[in-house]
Write a protein that binds this ligand. Structure first.
Ligand code: SF4
Ligand code: SF4
Length: 90
């Protein structure tokens, strides 16, 4: 009997998602604060953001789009250096 082979394709690059214009900042209670003085520009936060709202800018750093960030905190968990801190909105 031949062994069953399953091929998986991993997408490690940041993914952009069509959000349909739904802004999340109105109901979000916490948001990520990026400490750029410590950031290594590895891009993990952008890779794992489920909303695809973290983008690399000209300065090389990754910035969240706060209009669409839902405050889930995944970027803060995935940042290997723990340079992202979840803070209250107000
Ligand atoms: S808190 Fe969630 S939605 Fe907002 S930037 Fe981080 S991973 Fe993306
Ligand atoms: S995961 Fe952390 S260290 Fe890497 S780019 Fe994002 S904020 Fe910077």
């Amino acid at each position: 009997m031949r062994p069953r082979v399953i091929k998986l394709q991993l997408h490690l690059a940041p993914v952009t998602v069509d959000l349909g214009g739904t802004k999340t900042m109105a109901w979000r209670t916490i948001k990520p604060a990026f400490h750029y003085e410590k950031c290594t520009k590895c891009g993990l936060c952008a890779t794992y953001c489920p909303e695809g709202v973290i983008f690399q800018k000209e300065d090389g750093f990754f910035h969240p789009d706060y209009e669409y960030c839902k405050g889930c905190g995944i970027c803060a968990v995935e940042c290997g250096k723990k340079f992202i801190e979840m803070i209250r909105e107000i």
